[in-house]
Design a protein around this ligand. Structure first.
Ligand SMILES: *Cc1c(COP(=O)(O)O)cnc(C)c1O
Length: 388
């Protein structure tokens, strides 16, 4: 097990990840459904290897990442499950993908032509064809382009068209007008693709929101990202989710200094906070270089200490920040920045709201300077410290 010596860390509850996957698959217990665990961005900041292993234990059958390096990192860690790269991989790297059995996303005829010049006759490159039904990001958008790609794929045996997919822009909203338009387009474009009668193993469109809210819209696979980590795809649909999600990520630190200050003393750069009376001020060894950005203090953020709230005071520094304690505490006392303390909670959604952003962004930006501790059955099973 790796070690770390600093007093700030992330705890990842792998049981929560497993539970979220199990509950999601239970929605589909009466029919075939494959769950693709989305572990891009190092598992939304949780740690891609550990999250992948937990998801696979709980029944996930596929993994997906954003780019090739992320897929290779999983292989290097000994993960054997199929992996889809959902973003563009330059055609010059197809041999690397074949060597490591990595599935690539395809949506351009040019790309297919470039790839073919790098493939040997016996090669089999697994691909998923991406359709842009309204996300406006990547994917085929026109019938004639879909047809020319299908012609090319079907006439070259080294391509194995294993999947077809699209991505929704608004599956997490109450208003379903745009979502339905995307579904309709996807169905129509799948009709064109079926004319080639290729055996396509996976058809997938759903992200967490669609996978949980609209089981009937998902074909035989959905891509489970944010909700696997126990976070809602958006606050406006939390009440519609079919089971309570269990948040896996907590962020904790320990007081590195405690002092009582009289009224009128300045705190941190610019001395923008001045004590309003006699106050207990605590220092935490976490700062913006850990992803705990300066706005946390400006926006009126809190931490929990023994279940009590304590506000940030003064600007957040690169490696440290200050809080106003509800009472005298000792150096070394634990503080919760995200997660539970004595039955009280600071949720990812609270933190996201504070920073005017979405919950997805918060664990992603807690930097890898902060070690991750992995729990299973209440026991620490591993520790990741990227520094040593
Ligand atoms: C990130 C991503 C997902 C996961 O979406 P969630 O809302 O986190 O479930 C699914 N599909 C694609 C193409 C993605 O890029």
């Amino acid at each position: 097990m790796e070690h770390f010596y600093r007093d700030t860390w992330v705890e990842v509850d792998l049981d929560a990840i497993e539970q979220n996957v199990t509950n999601a698959l239970r929605l589909y217990k009466d029919r075939e459904m494959n769950l693709m665990a989305v572990v891009k961005a190092n598992g939304y900041g949780h740690g891609a290897v550990e999250v992948s292993q937990a998801a696979l234990r709980a029944g996930a059958s596929y993994l997906s990442v954003a780019f090739l390096d992320e897929a290779l990192a999983l292989r290097k860690a000994g993960i054997d499950a199929p992996i889809l790269v959902m973003g563009l991989v330059d055609a010059e790297h197809v041999q690397l993908a074949i060597k490591h059995r990595i599935t690539l996303t395809v949506y351009q005829l040019d790309w297919l032509e470039q790839a073919i010049s790098r493939l040997h006759t016996r090669d089999k490159l697994a691909i998923h064809l991406k359709l842009d039904t309204g996300m406006g990001r990547i994917g085929l958008r026109r019938e004639e382009d879909i047809r020319s790609c299908m012609d090319f794929i079907s006439s070259h045996e080294c391509f194995e068209l294993e999947g077809v997919f699209t991505h929704f822009a608004t599956a997490d909203e109450k208003d379903l007008t745009y979502f339905k338009k995307q579904c309709q387009r996807f169905n129509q474009w799948l009709e064109y693709i079926r004319e080639w009668q290729l055996p396509i193993r996976y058809v997938h469109c759903g992200n967490s929101a669609a996978g949980l809210r609209f089981p009937e819209k998902n074909f035989n696979m959905f891509r489970f990202g944010i909700a696997m980590y126990g976070l809602t795809p958006s606050p406006e649909i939390t009440d519609e989710l079919p089971f309570p999600l269990k948040q896996a990520f907590s962020l904790k630190s320990r007081l590195s200094n405690v002092k009582k200050l009289p009224k009128g003393e300045g705190i941190s750069y610019g001395a923008t906070y001045v004590t309003e009376g006699a106050e207990w001020i605590g220092t935490l060894p976490i700062g913006y270089a850990d992803g705990w950005i300066r706005h946390h203090s400006n926006a009126g953020g809190h931490v929990l200490i023994d279940g009590k709230r304590a506000p940030f005071v003064g600007l957040i520094c690169m490696d440290q920040c200050m809080i106003r304690l509800p009472k005298k505490h000792s150096i070394g006392d634990t503080v919760t920045l995200i997660g539970e303390s004595d039955g009280k909670q600071i949720t990812m959604d609270e933190v996201a709201k504070r920073l005017n952003t979405i919950n997805y962004e918060i664990p992603c930006v807690i930097s890898w300077r902060v070690p991750r501790i992995y729990f299973r059955d209440g026991q620490i099973i591993s520790v990741k410290n990227n520094l040593l």
